[in-house]
Design a protein around this ligand. Structure first.
Ligand code: UDP
Length: 323
């Protein structure tokens, strides 16, 4: 029998890739999305329910109507800068509504959840690469809200038997290699889509936020992971929980960092365009470097990134950008 997975935020960037990966693995993904940031056109691999995760009645009805056996929870606000100025909406939407979702899962008897967490839960880490045991000390309300949900999940396991996989993504990037879905944020704040906008002449230049970091070229270093590889890790995590595997907290990255300047140089190579840069001050709250140690995800799930080399990330993102 086909198993059904409720995908909150299923019309979003990572959620839509997860729906495709689930469908390819033989699951039925039900995308549940408020469409505040998601896009209806990104729902292509299963049924769609438009709703907010704060809406308990609709969530309960959806879990029952579709006979949901597990949840992938992506729905969240994810603008770090905005979270600093409006923490209340991050705690309400990301934390309170996740508690609401857990209440509904408990009532409906759904005992498995894969949660979209983030390397932002580590804040400015004391060790590099970052391991799952590296202390989590977020430096903004976005990261704090995600850490709080990890803790909700932890405390729900003992009494309620809800097992979870919290997947801490590093920098999600790239687009579906078959061109069926990709990144489209409004407003866009992420480096790679903005660099490609500059390559396409849709913006005059790309600001390099910080040129005086203690990194090889002075710009900030991140670990870019292709969204297809992220989606596959989610499917593996669902499989792990289905087989009775224990709850997980895993980093999803490549283990290889690239600086802002390196990303721009590679984007020039991939697009064949000159990309004007503007050296700019550091962005508040940005750590100098964030690079994963992804060995636990490999050991436990057998996961290895397949399309996360920087060239493939940029090529797929550029193809999507030009569609
Ligand atoms: N960045 C930049 N210029 C931009 C956008 C981002 O230099 O216009 C830098 C940012 O400061 C960070 C890196 O690129 O060091 C990745 O930023 P992004 O917003 O894509 O992801 P984050 O690491 O904040 O999750």
């Amino acid at each position: 029998m086909t198993k059904t997975v409720l995908v909150t935020g299923g019309a979003g960037y990572i959620g839509s890739h997860a729906c495709k990966a689930l469908a390819n693995a033989g699951y039925r993904p039900v995308a549940y999305d408020s469409l505040v940031y998601g896009h209806k056109e990104a729902v292509r691999w299963g049924p769609f329910v438009q709703g907010d995760i704060g809406d308990k009645a609709l969530l309960l009805k959806t879990l029952a109507d579709f006979d949901v056996s597990a949840v992938m929870h992506f729905a969240a606000f994810a603008y770090v800068g905005e979270s600093v100025h409006k923490p209340e909406i991050y705690f309400r939407n990301n934390v309170v509504n996740s508690l609401n979702l857990l209440d509904c899962m408990r009532e409906a008897g759904v005992g498995r959840i894969v949660f979209s967490s983030t390397c932002a839960t580590y804040g400015i880490p004391d060790e590099m690469p970052i391991r799952e045991t590296t202390p989590q000390r977020p430096v903004n309300p976005y990261g704090e809200s995600k850490l709080m949900v990890e803790k909700l999940l932890y405390w729900h396991e003992g009494p309620h038997g809800i097992r979870s996989a919290a997947l801490r993504y590093f920098n999600a990037a790239g687009a579906d290699p078959e061109g069926e879905t990709g990144e489209s944020h409004d407003p866009e704040t992420h480096l790679i889509p903005l660099v490609l906008d500059a390559a396409a002449g849709k913006r005059a230049d790309i600001g390099i936020f910080g040129t005086d970091y203690d990194t090889p070229d002075g710009s900030a270093v991140r670990d870019y992971i292709h969204v297809r590889d992220l989606a596959e890790a989610h499917v593996l995590a669902i499989g792990h929980l289905e087989k009775g595997g224990e709850s997980l907290r895993l980093n999803l990255g490549t283990g290889q960092g690239y600086s802002v300047r390196q990303v721009i140089a590679e984007a020039e190579a991939v697009t064949g365009r000159k990309i004007p840069v503007k050296e700019s001050p550091r962005r508040a709250g940005d750590p100098p470097a964030l690079v994963a140690d992804p060995s636990e995800a490999n050991r436990i799930l057998g996961w290895t990134p397949k399309v996360s080399d920087l060239k493939t990330i940029l090529k797929t993102a550029w193809a999507w950008h030009q569609r």
